[in-house]
Write a protein that binds this ligand. Structure first.
Ligand code: ZN
Length: 396
């Protein structure tokens, strides 16, 4: 198997828990090298002690970080909603209803159109340093369209999430139907068709979408079909979603913008990760979640993009880091950790998000001397090279 040594790394963020004592939260190593063998990391340490390899890459004193793990995205869709964004920026509030416009366009798209659209977005993410991504369905909302959306997503990631419970589609809101009929569809035939293509099940638990009892029933049905649960909760208002996530011991609950003291306490006690999505608040002019309050209470915090056509159409994890530092009072180290190691934890993955022997060789070379530049230089493209599973996918 061919080996590559990336040497001359001025600052290496490993996220290796065994390096925390010397290297802080990120397990930093100065003047470092990483040896990659095949798809995995074989060796990490001081450059002066690095073993020889077939190929040598000189980082020239720049920083290397683990590839970003974006644990929350909605990439399977068709159509454009920039006009809705423009309307919102001229004073109209964000509601869950805009999802329905994307549903109509997604149903009308061909499989090939959906696949090429996801491929384009995944490539866009990779060029910005994201090497692992979770992709949800949720713009099909029929048995056929949810299953095909997940089949499309599966071509790009193992972390696919069935989100049939994104919003109640218009055809279930007439005089002869009601939203409970739609919950029956989601937990019955739609789940059966979706489950072979999914690892996770998710519910948009919010006013205008699904209430706590419906979310509980949907997550239970998913669990019976072998899917692990996650939840969109407490994005627009206070509510019971975070409590439900903690009670069920879900690995992650996402958004967490409006939290009571009890919610924060429950997150700390349960170990459920709070995944914050600051691109949404940026793009909707909503208040940001209070990351500092969560971290100070011992809650584990991840950052993700929530890339979607309605509330946040960014694929940039670097932007999320910059917002988390500037607007949510996370330290630069906490923000990078949240976008890498915590993102992996939020997907119950122990093979990515960390640079240590045996882990997947997902690395990003930054055109900067320190990871701090991700927050210090917002909006600047700093990714100079990306290796995904040991393969250079963006020239270094
Ligand atoms: Zn979302």
């Amino acid at each position: 198997m061919s080996t590559t040594v990336i040497t001359g790394i001025g600052e290496l963020a490993t996220n290796d828990p065994t390096r925390v004592e010397e290297g802080g939260l990120l397990g930093l190593v100065r003047d470092a090298a990483v040896v990659v063998e095949g798809s995995r990391v074989a060796w990490v340490g001081p450059a002066a002690e690095a073993p020889a390899a077939d190929v040598q890459v000189d980082a020239g004193g720049r920083a290397v970080i683990p590839g970003f793990v974006d644990s929350h995205s909605h990439l399977v869709f068709a159509g454009d909603r920039s006009a809705e964004f423009e309307a919102r920026m001229t004073g109209q509030p964000y509601t869950a209803g805009g999802i329905r416009t994307t549903v109509a366009r997604t149903r009308a798209a061909t499989d090939e159109q959906l696949t090429s659209h996801v491929a384009r977005l995944v490539a866009e993410m990779r060029a910005q340093g994201t090497t692992s991504v979770e992709i949800k369905s949720g713009y099909g909302l029929t048995v056929h369209d949810e299953a095909r959306g997940l089949a499309v997503a599966r071509q790009f990631t193992q972390d696919t999430t069935f989100l049939g419970a994104h919003v109640v589609p218009v055809e279930f809101q007439g005089d002869t139907t009601n939203p409970e009929d739609y919950v029956d569809l989601v937990t019955g035939p739609m789940l059966a068709a979706a489950a072979p293509h999914a690892r996770w099940i998710d519910v948009f638990c919010e006013d205008g979408a699904f209430d706590v009892d419906q979310a509980r029933a949907i997550l239970a049905a998913g669990s019976d079909s072998g899917l692990r649960g996650r939840l969109h909760a407490n994005q627009l208002t206070y509510g019971g979603g975070v409590q439900l996530a903690c009670e069920l011991g879900l690995v992650a609950v996402d958004h967490c913008t409006f939290l009571s003291d009890l919610d924060v306490e429950s997150l700390g006690d349960s170990g459920t990760i709070a995944t914050l999505l600051p691109g949404v608040e940026f793009s909707t002019r909503q208040p940001y979640p209070d990351a500092r309050r969560l971290l100070d209470a011992g809650v584990r915090v991840a950052l993700a993009s929530d890339c979607n056509p309605g509330s946040c159409f960014t694929s940039s994890m670097a932007l999320c880091i910059a917002l988390a530092v500037r607007e949510m009072r996370m330290t630069p180290a906490e923000a990078l950790h949240g976008a890498t190691a915590m993102g992996a934890a939020a997907l119950a993955r122990d093979d990515v998000g960390v640079l240590a022997p045996g882990k997947v060789a997902d690395l990003v070379l930054l055109d900067a001397p320190s990871y701090v530049h991700l927050a210090y230089r917002p909006g600047v493209p700093l990714v100079a090279g990306v290796w995904q599973a040991g393969r250079p996918v963006v020239p270094g």
